[in-house]
Design a protein around this ligand. Sequence first.
Ligand code: DGY
Length: 327
Amino acid sequence: MSQKKILLTRRFPAIAAQMLSEAGFSVSTRQTDEPMMHDELLQKAASHNGLLCTLSDKINGDFIRQNAHLDVISQFAVGYDNIDIAEANSQGIPVGYTPDVLTDATADTAFGLMIATSRKMFYLHKSIIAGNWTYFKPNSNLGVELKSKTLGIFGLGRIGAEMAKRCKGAYNMKVIYHNRNRNIEAEKALGATYVSFEELLANSDVLSLHCALNEQTKGLFNQKVFEKMKPSAIFINTARGLIHNEADMIEALNNGKIWGAGLDVTNPEPMKPDNPLLRMENVCILPHIGSATVETRSEMAKLAAQNIIGLYNKQGMQHVVNPEVLK
Ligand code: DGY
């Protein structure tokens, strides 16, 4: 086999390039964290056989048609909404991704945001920096408790199940969920109850999103939906920012339709520093760090590299979005 050329679209944990080099690939690695401009990506991909890419690389229909020669696209993420999978299918290009290894880190982020939001932690931290810590006030800075509350999971897959496990263990929360299909295994393991979307909205004290971004979920959490939630509800999104409508969320928070929000994902990303959400008392925002631990990012890099190696050495890709193209 002639030496295959793999393009790494940015600086990934070094283990990815190392594994690929050791497996005999010629590896082009970008030396900065900054994403490539789309034109540069298009141009570079033209002279490579495979791509190791991530969320903000726009692998759309045009890109794939212009790079139909690619043997593989290996995504460093569990989500792949930046990739036109239908076009990858048409061109017969397998798309790898990195589920499982980031489940705990992402569930920890959702769990942490839930606690931080319920106790206004980010806002209070900022108020100390602003010099507003004066004296002990029995009636101020009050959060809400989570003990025995109802956790609603929208999208009970691997990450949602881990979030539910944490909430049950720590706070004995009752777990309800809504999915396209029932998850009987998780129902048994977690004592989770399947409910309709309307029931999920009406009964969740904490509503945590763990679904994929797709045509059905894009913009789903809008004004109409927030209006159906409890005024005391905390909304958590560690999935994708495009699933909630930000203007509608701001309105819902300002008008007491929901109590608070903890977001690891926003729309757009990065969020602008003057965004009103950043100044709200019951809101905690993180810069899309769900999988950002040393251990998890290293495992993601290994899996993304292994997906490429496995394709060429015929061991097979461990995690592939569109296995049908491999047949
Ligand atoms: C993913 O993997 O989809 C996360 O959002 C990034 O870690």
